[in-house]
Design a binder for this molecule. Structure first.
Ligand SMILES: *[C@@H]1O[C@H](CO)[C@@H](O)[C@H](O)[C@H]1NC(C)=O
Ligand SMILES: *[C@@H]1O[C@H](CO)[C@@H](O)[C@H](O)[C@H]1NC(C)=O
Length: 337
């Protein structure tokens, strides 16, 4: 498995020191313990990976999720964090909706849905990965993206929340900020990259974003410095989710006006409302140890589990609603968020 992962990785974007790993689906349900803690159900549907301590409410006062979770769907078994995004649907000509299945990246065959997660010290294109980063702390959480955004002008506030129209599973360029307008033979990859400068004090903030910042000048990728207000350089966290649109790619099924038929679970067909959520849950200092060692994808300092073990970690949905098959409305009938 690792040999294939490495070979694939080298084709995609060679780098020598970063961690990249697969995580199977934990659950798909209408909960959002970061934005709407305690609310069951939340306004729109999410797909969630990681540790099985995921719940309606996950306030830092309820304790370290690395202690409370007993398993994780991620390949690195010391990572009990939770990661989640919105869910992509196909809207048929008759107005019915169908959830788009998720598939793993090449090299992670057997992984059940889910995502690929990266923690990077430098941009993907930097072979050496030489910059130092400070790992996130217990109780840290953040969000990037805004579910209600529908225009490019709004989405310009964020960097690197993008889509790749997959010609094959190996396609990585170009990336667009809007959902692809033409059928993508191997699916649509949704990419979410988080900001990389932390204020060094707050584990969270009211909007779940302002304790974080992008570099003051330049970009993370070209080594831009962090602003004085957010001086602590943290790893760049990135999610890749592959939505397997192949069963919906026949243009006969697409809207007659020529528009594209895919829509996020918050009723966004532009793509500008894409967002990702993160709750840190690595055991002890495992993430810092990994970031401090010259790791190359398969990181010997970390404990790994097999894909079969990842797939065994599951969590029943606590929200009683139909999300599979053809649906008359998006779950929760969201109006924009
Ligand atoms: C979720 O929270 C409820 C209420 O606090 C608790 O009973 C339940 O065990 C929790 N579930 C998990 C998976 O931690
Ligand atoms: C709507 O269209 C889809 C795709 O063509 C079809 O499978 C489904 O049965 C239709 N639903 C209704 C209620 O007609």
């Amino acid at each position: 498995m690792y040999a294939r992962t490495l070979a694939t990785f080298a084709l995609v974007a060679p780098a020598s020191a970063l961690i990249r790993f697969g995580c199977s689906q934990l659950v798909v349900e209408r909960l959002d313990p970061l934005v709407t803690p305690g609310l069951n159900p939340s306004p729109h549907l999410h797909q969630i990976i990681g540790g099985n301590a995921f719940n309606v409410t996950m306030n830092p006062s309820s304790g370290d999720i690395a202690e409370r979770a007993t398993c994780t769907t991620c390949q690195f078994s010391e990572d009990l964090s939770n990661y989640w995004t919105a869910v992509l649907f196909f809207r048929a000509r008759n107005g019915s909706y169908h959830r788009v299945p998720q598939v793993p990246n090449i090299g992670f065959e057997g992984q059940k849905g889910g995502m690929t997660v990266y923690y990077m010290q430098d941009g993907l294109a930097n072979y050496a990965q030489t910059s130092k980063v400070t790992a996130f702390k217990t109780g840290f959480r953040m969000l990037i993206g805004e579910a209600s955004y529908r225009t490019k002008e709004q989405a310009n506030r964020f960097r690197q929340i993008t889509y790749t129209c997959l010609q094959t599973l190996g396609t990585r360029y170009p990336e667009t900020m809007h959902l692809p307008k033409e059928p993508c033979p191997a699916g649509i990859m949704a990419n979410v990259r988080f900001p990389t400068c932390w204020d060094g004090k707050n584990l969270d903030s009211p909007d779940h974003m302002s304790h974080m910042s992008y570099p003051e000048l330049g970009t993370f990728e070209n080594g831009g410095p962090c602003p004085e207000s957010h001086p602590v350089r943290v790893p760049q966290l990135m999610y890749e989710t592959i939505w397997d649109t192949s069963m919906f790619n026949d243009k006969e099924l697409w809207p007659e006006d020529g528009s594209q038929p895919f829509v996020w679970s918050m009723d966004d067909s532009t793509g500008y409302g894409s967002h990702g959520d993160y709750m840190f849950g690595w055991k002890d200092d495992s993430l810092q140890r990994a970031m401090d060692s010259p790791c190359y994808v398969n990181c010997p300092t970390l404990k790994t589990q097999s894909i079969a073990e990842m797939n065994k970690c599951t969590l029943p949905s606590v929200v009683d609603e139909k999300i599979d098959g053809w649906l008359d409305t998006l779950p929760g009938s969201p109006t924009g968020v």
